[in-house]
Ligand binder design. Structure first.
Ligand SMILES: O=C(O)[C@H](O)[C@@H](O)[C@H](O)[C@H](O)COP(=O)(O)O
Length: 361
């Protein structure tokens, strides 16, 4: 694999991380809610070839079916990998392998953007824009709690919030990502003042069946992203990820090669997770890498060893290294100094982009 070095913003402590992440989120929000021109998406260069080459010990796979307008598994088997199952379009017809998937996708995005630019007045565009964000669980929720809730420029009413992953436990469990985000963020928003975000979580009734739950959540994403414009992959304005000491991001674990190699599904079931609740669902690497921006938020000394591997040994193919490669140029890391101790990487000072003009780190 080639080495793509992401931007790494270093901070003194957790509070500084929270302040900067909130600023970055608001910046992404403002960008998403403002008129875009066609050049805004020119960096939508998700490279499945890069992703392929970044997945350890996996032969390169360039030929991907392209006829379907959204994920193509009507009813999936446990394995979604391209080599293991038939591929169908929306009508259930077999789809023949065609040209390079990512190029077609980029062309379609460009065409759509051009046609939007031509047809819609700026006023209409602004009215219809929504900020689409994916959240992970874990300490990220506390970071957002501390950073976002005290700001008065978060347009919550224009947010569509999805989850990067979910642990398949009841929502009132302390392990539920949605449950945690609800208690720590959604329930605390002054909705009279800022509006109410649309929150898309898994169907709690399906938590006993990871495959069904993943399929159902994928349908929710398809409805949200492909309802108006058919798309091959959803494009989040911002995808927020943590990284666990064992290297997992969302619920994509190192050595779970089948889920890491997934090319077609937007959401996969995960069973037998080595840490935390065993059954989960997760958005996939192609979805993460297709996002307009990806930000990792990592704090604490327990993360230092894994960060060293991610930053210094990308060839190991940890999930975050795959994202650093697959979304190259759109990835930022917000990390405190404890997590960066002993990591050889160029650290940047974060420059505030939204209303405030402060520099921390
Ligand atoms: O459900 C999950 O397991 C999370 O989405 C997961 O990917 C999380 O982001 C990391 O485990 C980091 O969590 P911490 O920041 O709490 O270490």
């Amino acid at each position: 694999m080639t080495t793509n070095v992401p931007k790494v913003y270093a901070f003194h402590d957790f509070s500084d991380v929270a302040i900067a992440v909130a600023d970055y989120v608001v910046y992404a929000q403002n960008h998403a809610l403002t008129v875009k021109n066609k050049n805004d998406r020119k960096h939508s260069n998700t490279s499945l070839n890069s992703i392929n080459s970044a997945v350890a010990a996996e032969p390169s796979q360039n030929t991907i079916p392209s006829t379907a307008t959204h994920p193509v598994h009507l009813k999936k088997n446990k394995s979604h990998t391209l080599l293991n199952h038939g591929v169908h379009d929306q009508t259930g017809n077999a789809a023949a392998p065609m040209k390079n998937y990512s190029n077609i996708n980029i062309e379609r995005e460009k065409e759509k953007d051009n046609s939007r630019d031509n047809k819609e007045s700026p006023l209409n565009v602004v009215k219809e824009k929504r900020f689409r964000i994916a959240l992970s669980g874990g300490s990220l929720i506390q970071v957002l709690h501390e950073g976002l809730l005290k700001r008065d420029d978060v347009q919550w009413g224009k947010w569509d919030i999805y989850f990067a992953d979910e642990r398949l436990v009841p929502f009132d469990s302390e392990n539920s990502n949605y449950g945690l985000a609800k208690r720590k963020i959604f329930d605390l928003i002054d909705t009279k003042k800022y509006g109410k975000p649309k929150v898309y979580h898994v169907n709690e009734k399906l938590i006993k069946d990871p495959q069904e739950c993943a399929d159902n959540y994928e349908k929710i994403l398809i409805k949200g992203f492909a309802g108006r414009d058919s798309v091959k992959l959803p494009m989040f304005d911002l995808f927020l990820l943590g990284c666990a000491p064992d290297g997992h991001i969302a619920s994509l674990f190192p050595n779970f090669q089948e889920t890491l190699r997934e090319k077609l599904a937007w959401v996969v079931p995960v069973e037998g997770a080595p840490s935390g609740p065993s059954n989960r669902i997760s958005l996939t690497i192609p979805v993460i890498c297709h996002s307009h921006r990806v930000a990792f938020v990592v704090e604490g000394s327990t993360k230092a060893p894994v960060l060293k591997t991610i930053m210094e040994r990308p060839e190991k193919g940890l999930p975050s290294s795959i994202v650093n490669e697959g979304a190259a140029g759109r990835v930022s890391w917000f990390v405190d100094n404890d997590a960066l101790s002993d990591v050889f990487v160029t650290k940047k000072a974060y420059k505030f982009r939204s209303a405030q003009k402060v520099t921390v780190g």
